[in-house]
Design a protein around this ligand. Structure first.
Ligand SMILES: [Zn+2]
Length: 146
């Protein structure tokens, strides 16, 4: 099946419906651009619905990890500015307000992974890195509980 991507909204959560194969090429470009656009618009609750995804390869998995990193990037807990690590890997204080309190910017969750995707996530030990839910309803509920 051809890769497809569409977006919709459920209250404050932005849902990205993915379908087909997430493999090197157009699929990754489309996914990356969508995540960047949503983040740029300030949408900080993003659910990737994998219900109709038939196959993810290692580059597709890399793109999912990148999406997670983009949405959950570390920000200042006081003013929301992006904070960075120094050369030794320690967090610098906030460049705007000098605060050392940090929090992830947003949340990204996955729902409805098929057998192949579930196996891939478990095999690569990434299942626990992502917040994976069996159904969209469960995923949406977990956004609300925070
Ligand atoms: Zn700050």
């Amino acid at each position: 099946m051809e890769f497809k991507l569409s977006t919709r909204r459920a209250d404050s959560v932005f849902i990205v419906d993915l379908a087909g194969k997430i493999t090197a090429g157009d699929a990754l470009t489309a996914l990356r651009q969508t995540i960047r656009d949503e983040v740029a618009k300030g949408h900080n609750k993003i659910l990737l619905n994998l219900k109709d995804v038939s196959y993810v390869d290692s580059s597709g998995l890399g793109e999912l990890i990148m999406a997670l990193g983009t949405v959950t990037q570390t920000t200042c807990a006081k003013c929301g500015a992006t904070v960075f690590k120094d050369e030794e890997g320690n967090w610098d204080p906030c460049p705007q307000c000098e605060s050392t309190e940090r929090k992830p910017w947003g949340q990204l969750k996955l729902s409805n992974p098929g057998r192949q995707v579930t196996d891939l996530l478990q095999f690569t030990k990434l299942y626990s890195v992502f917040d994976v839910h069996e159904s969209e309803e469960q995923a949406l509920a977990s956004f609300k509980s925070r």
